[in-house]
Design a protein around this ligand. Structure first.
Ligand code: NAP
Length: 316
């Protein structure tokens, strides 16, 4: 019977997600030992100082050596090369579970699967939880509480390994669902990737406006813009890799988005208030669904405290 516990967890990448996994695993005692590696020695040292990992290594292969759970917590584009390096060093333990947390799944399966030796169980995963912060100092144990984690086990994957990883994520605080990598990529394209692209774009559009000064953009940002800037502050390396590796699904969803935007543009141009009202009401209903599903707070302004700001809070 799966208990979600491991003797040695190797985190390859100890940034926001890797360090949050470490904190959450320690909170419920899921590992005897948590070790890690990163791209730079500075990050490994920081993770050690913060108590994220018990031991740090210069290479992924040294960290993975002897681990019964290896978690790739690095940007999507580098995961294949990391798996290849661990495999070339013969460092995967027989019977180990190899997983990842990448925001894209089909490309990771293509990149990583060829480097997984027989006897190692590759179960790709993606916790749908995050913030715009990066690095070991940004992690916290509660990140995964009441969030979903999607697993995309390949056909023929050992059910005991899937079950063990499922229980692990549940004990970290998640609800777990399995699906195909392709379906994951389509769903995440619309719920996460396209929204980030829109945020990056609107922030850059505002930054390049000539008739509105930068100071006005910042001063009046509570009119909706501020919430886009939070998303747009996300790590550029991570998001570059997401768009390079989920091209088809993102382009498909972007096409739908552009059509709907054109419909709104037409309604505004022709003064079609009924259409605008109907579309805005539909959107409002979806927001209520998210709050009812416990995936966000219904507190005004996302529960932000007003900290004596001299400007009125004018979310429109
Ligand atoms: P992060 O805070 O920037 O951390 C990335 C970590 O990967 C750093 O420790 C980095 O080390 C390490 N790394 C980079 N290249 C490496 C390499 N070649 N070998 C070993 N380690 C390497 O990023 P994150 O937000 O934790 O994201 C990590 C993964 O989680 C990504 O695949 C992302 O798609 C996924 N994810 C992110 C979120 C989110 O909201 N952020 C949510 C769900 C899933 P250095 O510091 O030395 O560069």
């Amino acid at each position: 019977m799966s208990d979600g516990r491991f003797e040695k967890i190797a985190l390859i990448g100890v940034g926001l997600i890797g360090s949050s996994i470490a904190h959450a695993a320690r909170r419920v005692g899921l590992a005897d030992r948590i070790v890690g590696s990163a791209r730079t020695e500075t990050t490994v040292q920081k993770a050690l100082q913060l108590g994220v990992i018990d031991e740090g290594f210069a290479s992924p292969a040294e960290a993975a050596n002897g681990a019964d759970l290896v978690m790739l917590c690095a940007p999507v584009g580098i995961c294949g090369a990391i798996a290849a390096e661990i495999n070339a060093a013969n460092a995967f333990r027989d019977g180990a579970i190899l997983t990842d947390v990448g925001s894209v799944k089909a490309a990771i399966v293509d990149d990583v699967a060829p480097h997984v030796p027989a006897g190692v169980h590759f179960v790709p995963g993606h916790p749908i939880a995050g913030t715009e912060q990066s690095g070991p100092e940004s992690g916290f144990a509660e990140l995964f509480d009441n969030r979903w984690c999607i697993l995309t086990p390949p056909t023929g994957c050992d059910p005991a390994a899937v079950s063990q990883l499922k229980v692990f994520w549940e004990k970290l605080g998640c609800f777990v669902q399995t699906m195909s990598p392709e379906h994951h990529d389509l769903v995440l394209a619309i719920t996460s990737h396209v929204p980030h692209l829109i945020a990056f774009n609107i922030v850059n559009t505002a930054a390049h406006l000539e008739r509105v000064t930068d100071q006005e953009v910042i001063k009046f940002s509570a009119g909706g813009f501020r919430d886009f800037t939070r998303i747009a502050a996300s790590d550029p390396t991570m998001w570059r890799d997401v768009f390079l590796n989920n091209k088809e699904a993102v382009l498909e969803m972007l096409g739908r988005f552009s059509e709907d935007l054109t419909a709104l543009q037409r309604a505004i141009r022709f003064g079609d208030g009924d259409t605008l009202y109907r579309l805005f009401s539909d959107a409002r209903m979806l927001r209520r669904g998210i709050v009812e599903a416990g995936q966000d707070t219904d507190a005004p302004d996302f529960g932000r405290r007003v900290t004596g700001a001299s400007e009125p809070n004018t979310d429109e």
